[in-house]
Design a protein around this ligand. Structure first.
Ligand SMILES: C[S@@+](CC[C@H](N)C(=O)[O-])C[C@H]1O[C@@H](n2cnc3c(N)ncnc32)[C@H](O)[C@@H]1O
Length: 356
């Protein structure tokens, strides 16, 4: 049984023909009334997945320290825009702001801007961050001009991707069409060639490839903004450095699901191509580095020790477990990566090389 959104998409395809997978993903996540990121409360134990800030306060605290250091490196502009893309429950930003209370002048300078399309999550963000009087936006491009510190954790993976398959006649785009019953969604290949072929490498027949057009466009907008107005962006996500085939995946209730199953109720996400983002930003970039290395260089072990010094035995065990989850190679430590984009006017940021 499909969903109301699944039926709407099927009707659209019946009228216009198969649509690119990226259009399906944009509808499934962003449909104004029925899209997954418009209506569901996806983040946290009760949602479909758990994210780093929900695992431990240490994550947001260290990112807060990184952002504060960047603000000082910029010369401490006031006002400065603190922008979060896809803040989820507001946990990362709340931890970051709590950790930076003691930085003279920072909180007085901060204007908080949150980019999120999800009404239930915006309500949670209001609860967590209301004291900082945030302004919400549907899109990054709506954030006013000015020096900015931008953070995005697990945001780019939710942006639509196109997929392609290599055939004996060259690359063909993967489309979403209708099964003969006229209702069930199914994957098909576009019959003709694609203008994206020139961006795709030579590959054996059957190979799959992905292009995150929306992510590249956003990286370009961020880079242009930072170079023009000054500032820094920190992008954290799971991903790879160019050419990883097809990574789009579906998750519902903490379990894998079919990409076309129950649109609007299923989370869709793709691994982020950091090499493509770095190139699109067209600004000075640092990384990507593994999340584990980044957090270790910022002092996560020391932070864990200081939290443990004031904790009970069960709390100490929980802090150790959270630390392992965030930095161990088998867990989020290597799967997640961190990329910084800068304005080319301030010294190199912490966390990106061992020499610090
Ligand atoms: C995977 S959650 C990550 C939440 C948070 N950063 C965290 O780490 O817990 C993605 C967030 O981005 C928002 N989001 C997803 N797609 C979006 C889009 N196209 N425009 C604006 N916000 C979007 C969601 O509502 C959600 O808050």
């Amino acid at each position: 049984m499909t969903t109301e959104l699944g039926r709407l998409i099927a009707r659209r395809i019946a009228l216009t023909g198969p649509i690119p997978l990226a259009d399906f993903m944009a509808e499934a996540l962003g449909h104004p009334r029925l899209g997954y990121y418009r209506r569901a409360l996806p983040v946290g134990a009760a949602g479909d997945f758990t994210t780093a800030p929900e695992i431990s306060q240490m994550f947001g605290e260290l990112i807060g320290a990184w952002l504060a250091e960047r603000w000082l490196a910029m010369g401490g502009p006031s006002p400065v825009q603190l922008v979060e893309l896809g803040p989820g429950r507001g946990t990362l930003m709340a931890d970051a702001l709590r950790a930076t209370r003691g930085v003279p002048g920072l909180h007085a300078a901060v204007r908080l801007h949150l980019v999120d399309t999800n009404a239930p999550l915006r309500a949670e963000q209001q609860r967590a961050l209301g004291a900082f009087a945030p302004t919400w936006h549907e899109r990054f491009e709506a954030v006013p001009a000015g020096p900015s510190l931008i953070v995005a954790n697990e945001f780019f993976d939710a942006l639509p991707v196109r997929q392609f398959q290599r055939t004996d006649r060259g690359w063909r785009e993967r489309m979403v069409g209708l099964a003969p019953d006229g209702e069930t969604l199914g994957m098909a290949l576009a019959p003709g060639t694609t203008p994206f072929a020139r961006f795709l490498p030579d590959a054996v027949e059957g190979a799959l490839a992905e292009i995150g057009e929306a992510g590249r466009a956003l990286a370009a907008a961020i880079g242009a903004r930072l170079v023009r107005d000054g500032g820094w962006a920190l992008i954290v996500d799971y991903g790879y450095d160019g050419g990883a085939g097809a990574s789009l995946q579906a998750v519902r209730d903490h379990r894998g699901a079919g990409i076309l199953d129950r649109p609007g109720e299923t989370d869709l996400s793709a691994h982020v191509d950091f090499a493509a983002l770095a190139a699109a930003a067209n600004a000075p970039v640092f990384g990507p580095v593994a999340q584990g290395d980044f957090l270790r260089r910022l002092g996560i072990r020391q932070r864990a020790e200081s939290l443990k010094a004031r904790a009970s035995a069960p709390q100490r065990a929980a802090i150790d477990a959270a630390l392992a989850r965030l930095i161990d190679p088998g867990q989020m430590g290597t799967l997640f990566r961190v990329l910084a984009v800068g304005d080319g006017r301030s010294a190199s940021p912490a966390g990106f090389s061992e020499a610090e």
